[in-house]
Structure formats: structure tokens, C-alpha cells
Design a protein around this ligand. Sequence first.
Ligand code: GLN
Length: 290
Amino acid sequence: MSGGPSSWTPLKLLTWTQGFFAQRGVDAPRLTAEVLLAHALSCDRVRLYLDFDKPLGEAELARFRDFVRRRADGEPTAYLVGSREFYGRPFAVDPRVLVPRPETELVLEAALAALPPDGAALDLCTGSGILGVTLALERPGARVLATDLSDDALAVARANAAALGAEVGFARGDLWEAVPADARFDVIVSNPPYVPRGELDTLQREVRREPRLALDGGPDGADVLRRIVAGAPGRLAPGGTLVLEMHESHRELLPLLCREAGLERAEARMDLAGLPRYTVAHVASGPAPA
Ligand code: GLN
């Protein structure tokens, strides 16, 4: 990328950067180049093609160069642009929180399907707030509590709730510690850390830039899932539903843990890539037969 600012048009930059990203193993090299260039120019991607032969100014070019270098070094695109879309809404994200994944939209949909219009929902390990905030926006009559162990994550989640106009209660604490003892929920949802520890160092370099606290699920990845399942039956209202994102290796384990905890109809479900990605389980809707 030499040759003076005035000779670099969006079209030339995109072509050059696409090749550079491809060579450096960056996913979706063209799209990534477009997203970063649009961000450097504070415009949307369509605009790039309207102004495709208009040379960049020096400051714009410097901004873009910095993004390209950092992306090629493994920084996630979402951290560079400071946001990621989830269920059609932009969520601010930075290295304090996990980058929202598209598969988590299926977890959201399962939770939404089980949440009555005036129901109560709990989102444990909320991170950037995507699940709790989206539930509150999709079910404006529902009450939503979202918790996290990390103050840093809660700051991001609170900011997202405020920016998107969602009414969500937030509490900091280690799983059930953050939840009032007498609270009962129609839906408990979580995307907790669930990566088996031994896998952490083999993850894509982008994932290794994400908070370890949001990923490390202990030796088999299910440490936090076990603690959620153990507490869930006592916190679910009659007929309530538990929806947990999980690692593909938990396909049999997590439904089994749910059944052992007294939950019913526990079932692992697939994501769009055909991998087991979450488990849904329920408590009985009435008192158990005598
Ligand atoms: N799905 C994430 C990954 O593949 C893990 C998210 C989590 O541990 N909650 O890296």
C-alpha cells in the first residue's frame, strides 16, 4: 500500500487488501476489506462502490492501514469496527466480551418461543447482553434479568441495553449468587463458557483474542453448564424452560445432566452447520403426581 494517498481509490484498496487478507488466512477477505474500509471512511458498504474511484485522504488511508494490519494480525473484525449484528440489531462489542455468533440466534429463538408475553426470563453469563437485551426487545411485556461474573462484561451489556432502549435488570455475580433466591423464571437461557480447556489453545487466533473467562468451561467444557443445570429446577416456574448453548461434545452429556436434575423432555438441537449446539429442557407444568 505505497504510492501516496492520492492514488489509492476504494477500488484499488479493496483489490489489494482482498489479496493480502487471503494470503494471511483471513476469512471472507473481500467482505472483510469492505467492512473495514467502510468503517475507516465512516460510510456504509454501498457508498464504497458509489465513490469507487475517489482517492482517499491521508487520514482515512492511515485509519484503514491500521485496521488492515490489525485484522491480518488476528484481531476480530467485530472488535475493530466495535459492533456486531445480532438478531438484526447492532450490539457494541470490544475485547471485554465474546463476539456474538450467528448460532446463538437459534438459542435466542428457542428462549423466545418459551417466553410468554408477560413472562420472566433470566440470562446467565450475558456478556455483551445479546440474549437478555433481545428477549426484552422482542417481548416488551416480559421482565428480564441478566447476570455476569464480569463487571467489564456488564458494563458492555448495560450500554447495549441503553443504546437499544431495552429494559433489562442487571446483576453481577457468580451464576446463582446473582439471582434473588425467591425469583422464578419462565425461561432461563445461557451461553456460558463451554469450550473444553484442552481445546482453548487450538482455537482460531481470532477466538484467542476473546476473553478466556467467556470460553473456558473447565476440563470437559461443562463446569459452568453443570452448575446452571443444578440450580435451574429450583428457579424455573411451573412449565418453565431451560435453554443452554453448549459444545458439540455435550450432545449426550447435557440432556443427561438435565434429566438427572429432574428436568423433562431434555433434547439437544443442531445449529445451521448441523452441529449439536444447544439443549432445551423443561420442568413439569403442575405439581408432580403423588
Ligand atoms: N461458540 C464459541 C466458540 O466456538 C464458544 C462460546 C462459549 O464458550 N460460550 O468459540
